[in-house]
Design a protein around this ligand. Structure first.
Ligand code: FE2
Ligand code: FE2
Length: 269
């Protein structure tokens, strides 16, 4: 199945949502080395709904702050630029993802985002907000399948539950998989290069030009999806990982607890 055929499917989806404006702008602030807290604050303050949600989130039990935060600037000063960027993205993506993808992909995306952010922090990376964003968006290709034909998507998921690799299952059902769709979708939405690469290569991070970032998402995705105490990594991926998670069970518990709390607070906005 060719890229043209994926494009045909995207074109047939008259309801294919646009990437929320505030996400595009927040992503460009994240990527621009010259931009800072003030630019982000400006982007958010122009979007009343997001400002309200952001303030509700930062005052929720998820952050457990003792003082009440009333402005975006205050939130950035108290929680830090990165934390606030991640919360903005999660708030801005929620309506589109929950309405188009359904509960399972939304939960999986938040779980992966939290796991990726935690791994990035463990590695001492200062750009852990980028890992959060990549975790949140890595499976957006599945959203297209859901919208195009949710019955067929369920068929692919059932095949995967029966032991088939999800990419193989999707190929059998649709003729192509969610990473190929993610690539076309990411380009159409003009997402940053790094996010497109992660949407395309999170199942084979060795092929990504952003190997460490792709490996973080690969591992985060595997840990939250696979309940086993040992994550067996494909031999082609192992040499590129460059890090490992010891005590996978403990790590998974920590991540899923945090993700559950975030989801509960996001869903109650
Ligand atoms: Fe995936
Ligand atoms: Fe995934």
């Amino acid at each position: 199945m060719s890229v043209d055929e994926i494009k045909k499917i995207l074109n047939s989806l008259i309801e294919l949502p646009a990437m929320p404006n505030v996400v595009t702008k927040a992503l460009s602030v994240i990527k621009d080395p010259n931009s800072g807290a003030r630019d982000l604050s400006k982007v958010v303050s122009n979007d009343h709904a997001i400002t309200v949600e952001l303030l509700k989130m930062v005052n929720s039990p998820f952050f457990g702050l003792s003082q009440n935060i009333q402005t975006v600037d205050q939130a950035i000063a108290l929680l830090g630029f990165n934390e606030v960027k991640s919360i903005i993205l999660a708030c801005a993506m929620k309506p589109m993802m929950t309405s188009q993808c359904g509960k399972d992909i939304w939960e999986h995306s938040i779980n992966t985002a939290i796991a990726a952010e935690t791994i990035a922090k463990k590695l001492g990376r200062r750009d852990y907000d980028e890992s959060f964003a990549q975790g949140l968006m890595h499976d957006l290709g599945k959203m297209v399948f859901e919208m195009y034909n949710s019955k067929k998507m369920t068929e692919a998921i059932m095949l995967a539950r029966g032991g088939a690799d999800i990419l193989v299952a999707e190929k059998m059902v649709f003729g192509f998989d969610h990473t190929e769709v993610g690539n076309v979708l990411g380009k159409r939405w003009e997402l940053p290069k790094q996010i497109i690469s992660i949407m395309t290569q999170h199942h084979k991070p060795q092929a990504s030009e952003f190997k460490t970032s792709a490996c973080i998402i690969y591992l985060a995705n595997r840990i939250v999806q696979d309940p086993s105490p040992l994550i067996i990594v494909e031999p082609e991926v192992q040499p590129h990982l460059g890090f490992e998670i010891t005590n996978v069970d403990g790590f998974r518990r920590q991540v899923l607890d945090k993700a559950r709390l975030l989801l509960r607070n996001l869903n109650s906005l």
